[in-house]
Design a binder for this molecule. Structure first.
Ligand code: SF4
Length: 456
């Protein structure tokens, strides 16, 4: 606890990392700034001192504080619980928010004094006020606030080593896929920030590279497409020179004006969750748009992005409940022959709060289920449930062998040349090449990069 002659209170915010050092957090190019902690910091009264400890860059070392806050994904939550214990043992109050605690508040409340569920900005001022009056509650339920005048994150507190700055312009997704917790956490209603506010914030970002965190930058309606075009036009007219990556669904190419202005505003790559080429699997998890458009449409969409110099990062999932050796081979071959530029390969992971998790739990198929310790395996690089068709570890091993082919070094070099040819843009091709190496590292839980970049 801070000394009594210290008048300024200290809030310590912690972004924990998975101690196994694997998965999506291990690679410096694919770590993203903990935007939520920056927003919490900006909502904390100015007479508080705020510090962020970010384990994406440096392992936790004890730092004295009056109040300690954590954010965590499922794969990092047990680390958060371990660190919370250090402070609780000293009588220092701890708070946790973020997607895992929101989906598992009862579990979180066993390890942390106070749990904030949902989008925390709606209740954070109350948390601080209750702390100051010595009346901190066990739980605060955040709602889904409108995004007008949303607080801007304290960017000065983020570690300077991030290659990409993060920004968010919309929240929510109406699609509600069975394996995804975005709809449960951010709601089914697609909410926009006012464009002028987004542009004002972009102008404060020092980095050239930005990652637009929106789960879907164009949304699924004509109105949301028009809004995206206005955003991109605003970036162009204000002279905001950024190279950016975003995320979209397959309908992103429905209106080529979206692609034209995205490219003009600096879009280099778009991530699209393809998941599978198999319609039956897509329908099984309620991925309706992909199932409806069909695998035959994927290359048509990819080619439209290429026409505007934008590369495609295609997300594919391995380890479906009904995958077989043949279907895994088919997916590997599909990733190698399709016109996507980078491939993200992940294991199907039933995250808490999703229908997939509830079903597999109810069917007693979750094998890694000793929670909270086993949450560390829920980082997309392990098969954590028993599939229908094969032994779990046998399937996992077979998938690793398949993924090895997805990222074979000679193939990645060929893929980069194809991207260069297809987009006519060497920078885009180079970004795609490097992101393939990043995804390879994440899939295998190890850093394997080309020694001299292009000649690995
Ligand atoms: S996977 Fe994508 S489309 Fe499906 S619910 Fe999540 S964010 Fe929405």
């Amino acid at each position: 606890m801070m000394s009594s002659n210290e008048t300024r209170k200290t809030l310590l915010l912690v972004n924990p990392a998975n101690k196994s050092g694997s998965g999506f957090i291990m690679n410096k190019d694919t770590r993203y700034q903990p935007l939520s902690l920056g927003i919490i910091a900006s909502l904390t009264p100015s007479d508080w001192k705020v510090k962020i400890i970010d384990e994406n860059f440096r392992e936790f070392r004890y730092y004295d504080a009056d109040l300690v806050g954590f954010t965590a994904f499922s794969s990092t939550v047990s680390r958060a619980y371990d660190l919370a214990k250090i402070y609780r043992d000293k009588g220092i109050p701890t708070v946790i928010g973020g997607i895992h605690a929101s989906m598992c508040p009862e579990e979180a409340s066993m390890f942390v004094d106070t749990v904030v569920t949902g989008e925390a900005e709606s209740v954070w001022p109350q948390v601080i006020s209750d702390f100051e009056s010595n009346n901190l509650q066990k739980i605060y339920k955040g709602d889904l606030p409108g995004l007008i005048k949303s607080p801007k994150p304290r960017r000065d507190l983020f570690h300077p080593g991030y290659v990409f700055a993060s920004i968010q312009t919309t929240r929510g997704c109406p699609m509600n896929c069975d394996f995804c917790s975005v709809t449960a956490f951010n709601g089914a209603h697609y909410r926009y920030r006012p464009i002028e506010e987004v542009l004002d914030e972009m102008e404060t970002i020092p980095q050239r590279n930005i990652f637009i965190l929106d789960d879907n930058i164009v949304g699924s309606t004509v109105k949301s497409q028009e809004r995206a075009i206005e955003l991109f036009k605003g970036m162009i007219s204000r002279g905001i020179k950024k190279d950016w990556i975003g995320q979209a669904s397959l309908n992103v190419a429905d209106n080529e004006e979206v692609l034209k202005y995205a490219a003009m505003s600096g879009c280099r790559m778009l991530f699209i969750g393809i998941e599978s080429e198999n319609k039956e699997q897509l329908l099984h998890v309620n991925k309706k748009m992909n199932a409806k458009m069909g695998a035959g449409s994927y290359n048509t969409v990819f080619r439209k992005l290429h026409k505007y110099g934008i590369a495609v990062i295609a997300g594919f999932i391995f380890g479906w409940e009904n995958d077989t050796r043949e279907s895994i081979d088919a997916r590997v071959n599909f990733t190698r022959t399709c016109h996507a530029d980078s491939i993200q390969s992940t294991f199907m992971t039933p995250l808490p709060g999703t229908r997939l998790f509830e079903r597999l739990r109810d069917e007693n198929k979750l094998v890694l289920n000793n929670f909270p310790g086993d949450w560390k395996y829920y980082g997309y690089e392990n098969l954590v449930f028993r599939p229908e068709t094969m032994d779990r570890l046998e399937m996992q091993e077979y998938i690793f062998r398949g993924i090895d082919r997805v990222y074979s070094p000679s193939f990645l070099r060929r893929r980069m040349l194809l991207t260069w040819l297809r987009t006519g843009n060497f920078i885009t091709a180079y970004w795609s090449y490097m992101s393939n190496w990043n995804y390879r590292s994440m899939a295998f839980g190890e850093i394997k990069k080309p020694k001299n970049r292009l000649l690995g």
